[in-house]
Each structure stands twice: as structure tokens, then as C-alpha cells.
Write a protein that binds this ligand. Structure first.
Ligand code: A5P
Length: 238
């Protein structure tokens, strides 16, 4: 990561964290930009802001603990006021996202879907006119029979590849596998989302449609906020 990219991520994180209010339940995302947000949030907490946070991965949980954030769970707080998370790709016109390069997509999506608002923090390299291209779509699948699931993904026109780490399949916090899928040149996000949901063995996908309320695009010298007019409220998604 270049120094400018690091600055851009911190700038986006600071802008998003400025929207956190006293008493909020905050969803905290995974990845390097979300970690910048945790640091910025911890600074505000040190100055007296009171919040509790729900982490989207074990890695985020331990990072947040190290920064002294108070963590909570859905048992105590089933609704989240605001989630701040990164993304692998943002479609600028719709604010639809691809997420999951870090492998935390299931918890990230559950947390986003339980949140009244979701602010996505990225640098400019994540912006695209259309989702896909050289960014694959991560899909979390069951370990049992993952090969069957992969062949059904192929039948939809995707090119799936089992994610590996240190010579073994990568395992998520939930104990599942991830297949990274190259998307076809032409595809319809809403139709693909529905088709994927019908495949037995697909736990969740990194396609985040209608979940982001805002995207803060950080730059070394400032940040720009993109706003969505199409976010569906949690009640409409239930
Ligand atoms: C984690 O599973 C992903 O969805 C991350 O949000 C994504 O990879 C962004 O990470 P960076 O902020 O490190 O690019």
C-alpha cells in the first residue's frame, strides 16, 4: 500500500466515524480500511464518546479489543444503528458492492442487513462503473459437497475457484469454504443474486445489493461522499 493510499483510507474512515453519535450500536467491518475506522472510533471513545460495537470477524474483534472498544452481540443488541465497513468494489451509480476478499462476507452481510445505515469506506481504486471485471465475486459455501456447489456456479456462467491459504482450503470464521468466482462479461446483479440464493450449499455471497447508504471515497487530501437513493431499509429486506 502506498503512503497516499494509506492516507486516503484514513481520510475515508475519519469522515465515516464523524457520523457516529453517542449511545449508538456500531457495526464494525473487516479489512484494512475498516481497521482505520476502528482506530478513529477508539480516538473518539477516548475523548468520551459512548458506543458499543458488533464486529464482523474474529480478526476485527481482536483488533477492536486491542483498541479498547466495548464489544456487544446480537443477543444484547439485535439492531445496529450504523455499520462502517470496507469493500472490494463499489459500483458508483448504484452503490452496489462486491465484498469478501477478507473472507468475512457472511458476518459482514448479516451485520449490514441488521443496520439502520451502512457507510462504506474505500479509496478510489475500488470504484467501478460496473461490478465484476477483474474483481471476482467471493461466495461462502459449505465444506461438505463444495464441488457440487461449484459445478452449479459454473452452470450459471461463473468461473469458480476454491480459495486456498498456505496450501490448504481457506476456512471462514464459520468453518466454511470460499469460492472466488470470475463473473461473465454480461450479467444481471439482481437475477444472479436470486439464482445464487437458490443453490443448496451457498451460505452467502459477497454481492451486496441495496445495502450501502453512503460510500465515503477517501483521497490523500480529503474525501467525497456518494449517496444512494436505492437503499432498502431493514424492514423491507426482512
Ligand atoms: C472483508 O471480507 C472484505 O469484505 C473487506 O471489506 C474488503 O476486502 C476491503 O478490505 P480493504 O479495506 O483492506 O481493502
Amino acid at each position: 500500500m502506498t503512503a497516499d493510499q494509506d492516507l486516503a483510507k484514513r481520510m475515508a474512515a475519519a469522515h465515516a466515524v464523524a457520523e457516529v453519535r453517542d449511545g449508538m450500536v456500531v457495526g464494525i467491518g473487516s479489512g484494512s480500511t475498516a481497521e482505520c475506522a476502528i482506530e478513529a472510533l477508539a480516538e473518539r471513545v477516548a475523548k468520551g464518546l459512548r458506543v458499543v460495537a458488533i464486529p464482523t470477524s474474529e480478526q476485527t474483534a481482536s483488533f477492536a479489543r486491542r483498541y479498547g472498544l466495548e464489544l456487544t452481540s446480537f443477543a444484547e443488541h439485535p439492531r445496529i444503528d450504523l455499520t462502517i465497513d470496507g469493500a472490494d468494489q463499489v459500483e458508483t451509480g448504484t452503490l452496489n458492492l462486491i465484498k469478501g476478499r477478507g473472507g468475512a462476507l457472511f458476518r459482514e452481510k448479516l451485520v449490514a442487513s441488521a443496520s439502520a445505515a451502512m457507510i462504506v469506506v474505500v479509496d478510489e481504486t475500488k470504484l467501478a462503473e460496473r461490478l465484476g471485471g477483474n474483481v471476482p465475486l467471493p461466495i461462502e459455501v459449505t465444506r461438505f459437497g463444495w464441488q457440487v456447489v461449484a459445478s452449479r456456479l459454473s452452470a450459471l456462467g461463473l468461473v469458480p475457484q476454491l480459495r486456498a491459504k498456505a496450501g490448504a482450503p481457506f476456512t471462514t470464521d464459520g468453518g466454511n469454504y470460499i469460492v472466488d468466482c470470475v463473473l461473465p462479461e454480461r450479467w444481471d446483479p439482481a437475477a444472479l443474486d436470486l439464482n445464487l440464493a437458490r443453490i443448496v450449499g451457498v451460505i452467502e455471497t459477497g454481492l451486496f445489493l441495496g445495502l450501502a447508504s453512503k460510500v465515503v471515497v477517501g483521497r490523500a487530501d480529503g474525501a467525497e461522499t456518494l449517496t444512494s437513493s436505492v437503499r432498502r431499509l431493514p424492514a423491507e429486506r426482512d
